[in-house]
Design a binder for this molecule. Structure first.
Ligand SMILES: Nc1ncnc2c1ncn2[C@@H]1O[C@H](COP(=O)(O)OP(=O)(O)O)[C@@H](O)[C@H]1O
Ligand SMILES: [Mg+2]
Length: 220
């Protein structure tokens, strides 16, 4: 599903260049739950943004479903992201002035689906994460774990086959974090491909495979 070959990414660092990713080789199968761990600054978020089509690498090839995503035009890549990828972040990134349902509807506004179908899909996604009963609330009235589940519903709503999450339990207590991880694990069992960055070893048991990064390299 995902294949990186010899991927390198360089950032300017004053007058120097800093290689945030070096020679990264990675293959992820459909339905796999991969966790990415490593010290702060080791390149985990950069890796996720490269896979997510948000950050063109300076070396190597990045293929998703055999499509070399950085050979696509910006427009094609944006469309590709909408079809293939759902993103979940540490700070949830919900719009606070919109209801739960409206937040989950957002990715569908560009789908071309009619309003009835949009609404049905958004409600299905909220049901999947156990929050259909809170569809009309504003996010601020939800707990942290519930907000993260809304963000997961938003990532799911277009039925993207791949979900990328950057430290999704970083703002949650451990019990709530496990519930989010269990939800991810169940989604992987249902066929989604998941790549989740975490620094919490308690989460490792949910993964099929753990990728250890250090200094921009995959070390294990
Ligand atoms: N946009 C950027 N410009 C310059 N340096 C960056 C940028 N993004 C990340 N870096 C640097 O690249 C390295 C890897 O960052 P990151 O991928 O965020 O690591 P991690 O997520 O593992 O903490 C860090 O040293 C960081 O300072
Ligand atoms: Mg990071």
């Amino acid at each position: 599903m995902i294949e990186l070959q010899a991927v390198g990414k360089v950032y300017p660092d004053g007058k120097e260049l800093f290689w945030a990713l070096r020679g990264v080789e990675l293959q992820v199968e459909a339905g796999e739950f991969l966790m990415v761990v490593g010290p702060s600054g080791s390149g985990k978020s950069t890796l996720l943004s490269v896979i997510g089509g948000l950050n063109p690498p300076d070396e190597g090839s990045t293929r998703i479903d055999d499509i070399p995503i950085y050979d696509l035009s910006q427009e094609q890549r944006a469309e590709f992201r909408g079809d293939y990828l759902g993103f979940v972040f540490q700070d949830f990134q919900l719009l606070t002035h919109l209801t739960v349902l409206e937040n989950v509807l957002l990715p569908l506004t560009v789908s071309g689906w009619d309003r009835v179908r949009q609404r049905r899909k958004a409600e299905e996604a909220l049901e999947r994460v156990g929050l259909l009963g809170k569809a009309r609330r504003l996010p601020n009235l939800l707990s942290g774990g519930e907000r993260q589940r809304v963000a997961i519903a938003r990532a799911l709503v277009r039925e993207a086959p791949i979900i990328l999450a950057d430290e999704p339990t970083g703002n949650l207590d451990s019990q709530t974090g496990w519930e989010v991880m269990e939800l991810f694990r169940d989604l992987a069992r249902e066929g989604a491909t998941l790549i989740v960055v975490t620094h919490n070893p308690e989460n490792f048991r949910f993964a099929d495979r753990i990728l250890y990064m250090r200094d921009g390299r995959v070390v294990k």
